[in-house]
Design a protein around this ligand. Structure first.
Ligand code: BV8
Length: 228
């Protein structure tokens, strides 16, 4: 692959599965244990903030015990060595790409290590539980929520993502079911804008038909082999 090509990589929960972080749709995944409308919407937060804050406290604590896997490390190596454009757009709120050493990472659905103060709009780095309503470090108000994008909320930095897709020569999707928009629509955008498209996933996703190439298997095998 010519070293000056521009690559956009979209990752989903499947890239973190082998690190022991639940995906959303596999058997026993997050959606099964918690109904989506119960925890990942602003309405749920308004209706039952304690449930939502406890759900995210549980996930934040679980993520902090996990480690990046061979797929995260392979992408971090590619990020360090690739002289062309490269952007890892992740739907994941975990920080495993960063802990593997990747630098060019964009969290379109937010980050579990950030809180968001609804009183002063500050976005403090946050590793502790939120369910006991801690004071915002900026304004002192007990008004912190997880800084993640819920259903019905606008994903972050869509302009930057669209700009990267316009320049992309190659679009690679890793470990996502293609169930949630706008992320699930990026492959069509990339194709229409002239990029090659490759899907690396454990099973065929809802969007597989849009990819020129789909390779099936675990990310810890497929991603290092692709990066090599
Ligand atoms: C928006 C962050 C508009 C939180 C997430 C009706 C009402 C409201 C909205 C809608 C609606 N109908 C449609 C919508 C739009 C909605 C949507 O798409 N809904 C779906 C359900 C139909 N989207 C939104 O609401 C988005 N916002 O549209 O805003 C707007 C416009 C103007 C102004 C304001 C707003 C926001 C969506 C973001 C929601 N937040 N996450 C949190 O993490 O808790 S979504 C969450 O699920 C993920 O972030 C991800 O994006 C999504 C899908 O999960 P995946 O990552 O794909 O994981 P999944 O388990 O599904 O799949 C795992 C895959 O990995 C599988 O394919 C599996 O085979 C594979 N795998 C497993 N193991 C491995 C593996 N692969 C490789 N190796 C392995 N070992």
């Amino acid at each position: 692959m010519a070293k000056d090509r521009n690559i956009v990589i979209l990752t989903g929960a499947g890239i973190s599965a082998e690190s022991g972080i639940d995906t959303f749709r596999s058997a026993g995944g997050l959606w099964e244990r918690h109904r989506v409308e119960d925890v990942a919407t602003p309405q749920a937060f308004a209706r039952d903030p304690d449930l939502v804050l406890r759900f995210y406290d549980m996930r934040r604590a679980a993520i902090q015990e996990k480690a990046p896997n061979a797929a995260h490390h392979a992408l971090a190596r590619l990020d360090r060595e690739w002289s062309g454009g490269l952007l890892i757009v992740t739907q994941n709120v975990d920080d495993l790409h960063e802990r593997a050493g990747a630098g060019r990472v964009l969290h379109m659905h937010g980050e579990h290590l950030n809180a968001w103060c609804l009183a002063c709009d500050a976005r403090p780095r946050w590793t502790e539980p939120l369910a006991h309503r801690p004071a915002c470090p900026e304004c002192g108000e007990p008004a912190l929520r997880p800084d993640v994008v819920w259903f019905g909320e606008m994903p972050y930095r869509m302009d930057d993502i669209h700009a990267a897709l316009r320049e992309a020569d190659l679009f690679v999707s890793i470990g996502t079911s293609g169930a949630v928009y706008p992320a699930a629509g990026f492959v069509r955008l990339a194709r229409d804008l002239g990029a090659e498209t490759l899907e690396l996933n454990l099973e065929r996703s809802k969007g597989s038909a849009w990819f020129e190439q789909t390779r099936l298997g675990p990310a810890t095998e497929l991603v290092p082999a692709w990066v090599a």
